[in-house]
Design a protein around this ligand. Sequence first.
Ligand SMILES: [Zn+2]
Length: 211
Amino acid sequence: MGEIWIDFEWPIAKSYRIVSYPPAPVVPGRVTLTGNPHGPHIKPDGPVIMKRPLEVWPDLYLQFAKLEPTPENCVKFARKFGQLGTYRENADEESISDWQYHAAQFKLLKKMVDGRKLTPQSSDDFRLADIDLRLRPRRGQLKLALVPRSLLTAMKLQFAQRVSSGASVRTCEHCGVWFEAGIGTDRRADAKFCCDSHRYDFNNQRKGQQR
Ligand SMILES: [Zn+2]
């Protein structure tokens, strides 16, 4: 089938801020997910420019999986990469509770490959929707392109492409951060540390404790 190209452009506004709405009334047994009109929302401000975040950040999906989704952290993420693309109906705002839901989903994705605990069940849960398939010119040739319609889908697709091509996600034994390892990354598949200096620090600390 040849190389599949993720062709993804995404608007990033000059700034983002939090706007707040009254909290959701408590209805037992009912959970509102997308388009939730309650609580804090992220709203874009100022002019928008189009960027190609996946090309600048080959592990963007991991950045989102690592996100501790407080309103402040979600705004910081949006300033760098844009909104997720789960907008409220007829609005440019996104509910923080949606962000929290999706960040939790990405933490599960990361667990799927961490230590290779991938099961058919967990991969069934990983659905890719909102993708257009197009033929687009690239370097003088027509190429098959996957065109995600939201940052959320783009990050899922990036995860799927990285993992299906042999990368895995591991946890650094020194600092606990998640990092990519294996084919197509700069860490070995069995790497225990996110970087050489953490391997060095970890081994030095252990030597210190043994003394
Ligand atoms: Zn580390």
